[in-house]
Design a protein around this ligand. Structure first.
Ligand code: ATP
Ligand code: MG
Length: 222
């Protein structure tokens, strides 16, 4: 059964830029089903991060429709958004955004607690698969970039979200670490049936996803 996690219908978004209005998205239509994986490319400034922010509820729209799990978000209150994020959303950014005073395990456990979940066997499995067993008690700031991004992935997938939004997750990594992170990310997301929408500038990374969208001049081209 194909279950639609995300649907955008004629979504437009712009920002005030001094005394001018800058239109970024002009009428985006898209749909992401359960376990779909999508690479999003496009020139700098085309609105890729804006699109991810809209889907995660970090930016709001006045034009068009955003449906999450079939529910129209137009009428969602803060509590709906936080519930959606807790249960269904994982995010990974270019900067790893880890809690630096904590060790690897506590970074993941802290985020799980926010999601009202406890440490479970899937979390141990994530640590093992991501090659983090040996460093799980180390403070994250002592780890390499590739290791830190693998912690960020473990954290994002620990509650088995239905959707992972990733904004240039390999942007700060060298090619070898980037490929390794991509391959682990796709494998683990598949196991948890998590859909991925990933912004990337790299063809090698985009190739890990099933579908590829290009954002240009405010519109998505598949
Ligand atoms: N909160 C904001 N306020 C004002 N302008 C914004 C805001 N967020 C984004 N913009 C503008 O919207 C446009 C798209 O920005 P966005 O960050 O989505 O681009 P991008 O495709 O992610 O680019 P990059 O590849 O460089 O990360 C840019 O012109 C940016 O300046
Ligand atoms: Mg961006």
């Amino acid at each position: 059964m194909s279950h639609e996690i995300v649907r955008l219908h004629q979504v437009a978004k712009g920002f005030n830029d001094g005394d001018k209005f800058h239109q970024v998205l002009t009428g985006v239509n898209l749909s992401i089903n359960r376990a779909d994986t999508v690479a999003l490319t496009g020139p700098s400034g085309s609105g890729k991060s804006t699109l991810l922010n809209i889907i995660g509820g970090f930016e709001f729209i006045k034009q068009g429709q955003l449906l999450l799990n079939g529910s129209d978000t137009a009428n969602w209150q803060d509590k709906h958004w936080s519930q959606f994020r807790r249960q269904h959303l994982g995010v990974v950014f270019q900067q790893f955004n880890l809690l630096t005073p904590l060790n690897v395990r506590d970074n993941i456990a802290f985020s799980l607690r926010l999601n009202q979940q406890k440490w479970n066997p899937w979390c141990d499995y994530l640590l093992t698969q991501l090659g983090l067993d040996e460093v799980k008690n180390r403070h994250v700031e002592t780890l390499s970039g590739g290791q830190q991004q693998r912690v960020a992935i473990a954290r994002a997938l620990a509650h088995k979200p239905s959707l992972l939004l990733a904004d240039e997750p390999t942007g700060n990594l060298d090619e070898k670490a980037g490929t390794q992170v991509m391959s682990l990310l796709t494998q683990l997301a598949k196991e948890s049936q998590t859909s991925i929408l990933m912004v990337t500038h790299s063809n090698e990374c985009a190739a890990f996803m099933q579908r590829r969208w290009h954002l240009e001049q405010g519109l998505i081209h598949e």
